[in-house]
Ligand binder design. Structure first.
Ligand code: ZN
Length: 146
């Protein structure tokens, strides 16, 4: 009960004060995703270092509280991670949200707040939107190298 309340607060906080919101100048990769059932739209822009690490990431778009909070949490969670680590995180989040993960797979920090969404299956696509965009950007994202 108390934990649920904590999760709810983290989600609301990120929805009201999204972190890393905006466009990234001189990004290497970008990807957009839309959730037609809710009207959420998100676009990620990233800069990847030569060592294949996510140096910088921002998101923009508009959507419901859950999609905005999830994108905000995403930017904090993957900055500084390698592309490989970030892709693994996408998988962990997906497993968590679809209820397929074991309890020991729990995500750390604020990201754990997303676990609260699994009780609302119709909102899972809201929470997953930015993570799908991230996967897109990392796997197939266009390279804007000049
Ligand atoms: Zn939504």
């Amino acid at each position: 009960m108390e934990l649920d309340e904590l999760y709810r607060e983290a989600i609301l906080d990120h929805a009201r004060h999204p972190r890393n919101f905006g466009d990234l100048e001189g990004c290497d990769r970008s990807a957009a995703a839309k959730n037609v059932s809710c009207g959420d739209a998100v676009r990620l822009s990233l800069r990847i270092s030569r060592e294949n690490r996510i140096e910088e990431i921002r998101f923009c778009g508009s959507g419901c509280a859950i999609s905005t909070a999830s994108a905000s949490l995403l930017t904090l969670a993957v900055r500084g991670k390698s592309v490989e680590e970030a892709l693994q995180l996408v998988e962990s989040v997906q497993r968590l949200l679809t209820g397929a993960s074991a309890p020991q797979d729990k995500l750390s920090g604020d990201l754990a707040a997303l676990a609260g969404v699994r009780r609302f299956p119709q909102r899972v696509s809201c929470a997953m939107l930015s993570w799908h965009a991230l996967e897109d950007a990392l796997r197939t994202g266009e390279t804007n190298s000049a």
